[in-house]
Design a protein around this ligand. Structure first.
Ligand code: FCB
Length: 469
């Protein structure tokens, strides 16, 4: 059998991931409200080719077939996100039909024997909240908790895995300072406030979760170590957060480049890891922000204990590494330099070793909590030839990254599962439909689904792992 070198311990979860705005479509259906991504994608010049999520993969209507296909591929867990504007299309107005969709989705998954993993916020903020400042407004954190509580109550006991936020760095800095994502602003103070309120909303939602489901369960221990709790028999609901983390390298070993590496790491990684796991923002970055923005009064002294509430696991999205040198521009005076390795269709360097280093660093500096890779994958130039899609580059990418996951586990690392990004080709944010990340190809004219070679490769890998334990 192939795959022998990728034999994971029993209990490792094999999953795949998507997000609501990227796949659902049906934006006017069943009372859904408007999100910031509807507004943004319909604003000329914001998204490649004027693409929008209006139809996307039409998953809202095709979820049964999609889940059926997941089942055929042997997928064990499906990470999806709930569209907040389907649940609260207007301020304070609960939309039962919106909730119903996710009820049906969860039921269908359970019927197929697939573990649902819900992300509460994968970037589709209700537009009415953005009109009040969005994440820059502290009140949005409280609105988030109301929304989270509603979904916990409706689906909680059937969903073992809950993720408050997907990639707070993107939802704050990329969206409010760099302007590449909705709402497309260019204001550092806004971005820092947004990041803070997103983290605050995470902590408040964890409190609401505990109030709903009781005390924090004992954290899962490393797989393959005797008494480790088996995932299958242990379905108490757990909650965590997903960060996008990049392992940062210095372009040279000069002290200047090393200092640039530290700043970039602080901006991207430590700004989120430190408050979550150490209850404090990193002092060096705080100083840069204080100088640039002056007034950080939105950070209240009793927020950090909330932000650092104990969670049950950490979700990590990993795609690439970052190589930096000292520069003269921007807040951080960092220059990004090509790492020199092969890149994917996103232009992101393929560097599997950095995933291993990142996981080891999290364990050494932050937490022994279980980690899930909640996203990892590659965009490739996929084409259909005679009804088939051969994507050897994606297979090689997945294989190489899984090998680094296994290396971490074999050294005692507490990694419990892996979710390929993505199940379907989908709306890749500012790139529209031009970047294909799916293990399943989507023909956007017909909505036909064509599993790529990587989907069959993943199926066989899962099967081989189940057969061997
Ligand atoms: C991540 C996002 C996900 C997808 C991948 C490629 O930043 O969480 O929605 O766009 O990148």
């Amino acid at each position: 059998m192939t795959h022998r070198h990728l034999q994971f311990p029993r209990g490792f979860v094999w999953g795949t991931a998507t997000a609501s705005y990227q796949i659902e479509g049906a934006v006017h259906e069943d009372g859904r409200g408007v999100s910031i991504w509807d507004t943004f994608s319909h604003t000329p010049g914001k998204v490649y080719g004027g693409h929008t999520g209006d139809v996307a993969c039409d998953h809202y209507h095709r979820y049964k077939d999609d889940i059926h296909l997941m089942k055929e591929l042997g997928i064990q867990s499906y990470r999806f996100s709930v569209a907040w504007p389907r649940i609260f299309p207007e301020p304070g107005q609960l939309n039962a039909k919106g909730l119903d969709f996710y009820r049906r989705l969860v039921d269908e998954l359970l019927k197929a024997g697939i573990r649902p993993a819900i992300t509460l916020y994968h970037w589709d903020l209700p537009q009415y909240l953005q009109d009040q400042g969005g994440w820059v407004n502290r009140d949005t954190a409280h609105r988030f908790v109301e929304y989270a509580q509603t979904v916990f109550r409706a689906l909680g006991k059937d969903v073992p895995m809950w993720i408050t936020h997907n990639e707070p760095w993107c939802a704050s800095f990329l969206s409010y300072a760099i302007g590449e994502h909705a709402p497309g602003h260019h204001d550092w103070r806004e971005a820092i406030a947004a990041a803070h309120h997103i983290l605050l909303s995470h902590g408040l939602a964890v409190d609401a979760f505990r109030a709903e489901f009781g005390a924090r369960p004992a954290p899962l221990t490393p797989l393959g170590q005797g008494a480790a709790a088996g995932e299958a028999g242990d379905d108490v609901p757990r909650i965590g957060i997903t960060l996008n983390l990049n392992h940062v390298w210095a372009a040279s070993n000069s002290p200047e480049d090393e200092a640039a590496r530290r700043r970039q790491d602080g901006f991207f990684n430590r700004w989120f890891l430190d408050p979550l796991f150490k209850g404090a923002y990193p002092a060096d970055i705080l100083e840069i922000y204080e100088r640039a923005v002056a007034d950080l009064g939105f950070m209240r002294s009793d927020d950090l204990p909330v932000i650092s509430r104990p969670i049950d696991f950490l979700g990590v999205n990993y795609y690439s590494r970052d190589v930096v040198a000292a520069g003269d521009e921007g807040l951080f005076k960092v220059r990004h330099v090509p790492g020199g390795g092969p890149v994917t269709a996103m232009g992101w360097e393929i560097h599997p070793e950095s995933l291993y280093r990142l996981l080891s660093r999290i364990r050494d500096e932050y937490t022994a909590l279980p980690i899930y890779i909640t996203e990892n994958g590659a965009a490739c130039q996929d084409v259909v030839v005679n009804g088939r899609v051969e994507d050897p580059d994606r297979i090689a990418y997945l294989e190489a990254h899984l090998a680094q996951c296994l290396r971490f586990i074999e050294e005692g690392g507490n990694l419990h599962g892996y979710y390929v990004w993505s199940f379907l080709d989908n709306f890749e944010w500012a790139h529209g439909y031009t970047k294909r990340f799916g293990i399943v190809y989507v023909d956007y004219d017909t909505q036909a689904r064509i599993p790529k070679a990587s989907a069959y490769w993943y199926r066989d890998l899962i099967q081989a792992n189940l057969a061997m334990v």
